[in-house]
Design a protein around this ligand. Structure first.
Ligand code: 4AD
Ligand code: MG
Length: 483
């Protein structure tokens, strides 16, 4: 006989099971007892809602009841009955309870009280058993599913781009090396440098920072593709928005120009956020309240004007603001925080790279809605972006979100061979190593465009979690690779 004949709490709560004999399995959140009866709040992960188990000491032996402590895993057989208490419409009257796994109350670190997010990060192997993290990871799942559904429904193809590569797509040089060489005694060339010909791949390799370049190759055959995979950046940024290992979604489309690209990105973001609103109601209601409680602890001028749910609905219903980098610089230069020298980095002239304080000013204070910033100076953007006719800017776009800053980065790509190779030379990107990329411009080139969405930043926006370490199960950041 199969072990797993359980009913999930989610389905128990969605339809009428009263009168039926069922089996439940899950983890004990709390137990309250008096002489006549014990009430157990059971959570099985299927929903944020606990289910009430009623255990009569005349039926369930004392030894078993004693072992039902917070964190223990139990299996219950019993009948679903209409509930007398308020708060739930039904409960299970236990006819037998089996302890699947004890949790020593002296040692189990999660107790039914509020733990800080910092403490929970130290026990990330257990934190998914809390309401907050259960909700975050169910929402994360729904968003990942919505990403695939959106692109599949639109006829895009999912491409798996390599994780080990020999290129640094963004050219920022922040890669993790991949090698099987003996670090204590590496083979050397005559000039003393490491001889990577002796290495596993017979060349220098690293973990990918982006699947874009390979995505472009696929788009030149399948026309509309996307990647959704892990990417790795060895930037030493200890911020609430940066991970060393994060997941990125990168659509790449033949026959799209910069405006088509912006339209797609806006529609896509509105769709996936709308999907979460529709399919994660209980979890988002909980997270909305959690975020509101957290806001209470902030100074008045740092509180956001909208609650989490209002913010999500607002973003799905209102068009994003579209402005050029040049317009943004004018706004920032004349802004109060710039004039009063409140910005850490003052905006003095055209060409300055925007910091997150500037991005957040535009989104949160000036426009009060998501902003698509376009046409950046070519000096501060990657080599593959299409050069505009002004000779100064490229057809880049960044999408800025409230509370997050940059959530999307993308561009129309430079499809003209002469312009592309000229830019590569200027930026010291060796053409020989990129022969395969240049072949797309050599054979059957076409205007095309794409973007990258940082998946964890999206999950942060939707769940209202302030720190990116709290929306990925096991975060990798400088100095931290536990679990
Ligand atoms: O702006 P980025 O660097 O763009 C690219 O990698 C392009 N190849 C994308 C493309 O056009 N196909 O990164 C894209 C997004 C950022 O907007 C941000 O949301 C996220 O990836 N991101 C990070 N998220 C978490 N931790 C980090 N260290 C991140 N770096 C970028
Ligand atoms: Mg970027």
């Amino acid at each position: 006989m199969a072990f797993n004949k359980r009913v999930k709490i989610k389905s128990l709560l969605e339809s009428d099971f009263v009168g039926q004999e069922v089996t439940l399995m899950g983890w004990v959140r709390t137990k309250r007892s008096n002489k006549n009866v014990s009430f157990i709040a059971l959570n099985d992960g299927s929903t944020i809602n606990n289910y009430q188990v009623v255990a009569d000491p005349n039926i369930i032996d004392e030894e078993t009841l004693k072992r039902i402590t917070t964190g223990a895993c139990i299996k219950i057989n019993g009948q679903i009955v209409a509930s007398q208490g308020s708060g739930q419409s039904s409960e299970i009257s236990a006819s037998s309870i089996t302890i699947l796994g004890d949790a020593d109350p002296e040692k189990y670190p999660l107790q039914p009280k509020k733990h800080s997010l910092e403490f929970l990060r130290e026990i990330a192997h257990l934190r998914m058993r809390t309401n907050t993290f259960g909700a975050v990871f169910r929402v994360r799942h729904a968003l990942a599913y919505a990403v695939h559904k959106y692109f599949n429904d639109k006829g895009f193809f999912y491409i798996h781009t390599p994780i080990i590569t020999a290129s640094d797509a963004e050219g920022a040089g922040e890669t993790f090396k991949v090698t099987t060489l003996d670090l204590k005694n590496p083979p050397l060339n005559e000039d003393g440098s490491i001889n990577y010909k002796e290495d596993f791949f017979e060349r220098e390799t690293n973990l990918t920072v982006s699947g874009q370049l390979e995505g472009e190759l696929a788009a030149m055959a399948l026309a509309e593709i996307y990647t959704f995979g892990p990417t790795f950046r060895a930037e030493n940024s200890n911020t609430t928005r940066h991970l060393a290992e994060f997941w990125m979604i990168e659509p790449e489309m033949a026959f799209y120009d910069a405006e088509d690209n912006q339209d797609l990105a806006e529609d896509f973001l509105q769709y996936v956020i709308g999907y979460a609103l529709e399919h994660c109601k209980d979890d988002l209601a909980f997270l909305d309240k959690r975020a509101a409680d957290e806001e209470q602890g902030k100074k008045a001028d740092q509180r956001s004007e909208m609650g989490l749910l209002d913010r999500l609905r607002f973003v799905t219903k209102n068009k994003f603001e579209r402005i050029t980098y040049t317009e943004a610089i004018d706004i920032l230069r004349n802004s109060n925080p710039n004039k009063k020298k409140k910005f850490q980095y003052l905006i003095e002239e055209w060409g300055a790279d925007l910091q997150s304080e500037h991005e957040r000013f535009l989104v949160e204070k000036h426009f009060k809605k998501p902003v698509i910033l376009t046409d950046y100076p070519k000096e501060i953007k990657a080599f593959y972006m299409r050069q505009n006719d002004d000779g100064k800017t490229v057809a880049a776009m960044d999408i800025l979100f409230p509370g997050i800053g940059e959530i999307v980065g993308g561009s129309q790509r430079e499809e003209r061979m002469d312009r592309l190779t000229q830019r590569m030379d200027e930026m010291h990107i060796p053409q020989e190593e990129m022969w395969w990329y240049l072949d797309t411009r050599r054979f059957g080139a076409t205007p095309h465009a794409g973007f990258g969405l940082g998946f964890e930043r999206l999950v942060q926006f939707v769940t209202g979690m302030g720190n990116i370490r709290d929306v990925i199960a096991f975060p990798r950041t400088p100095g931290n690779a536990e679990f």
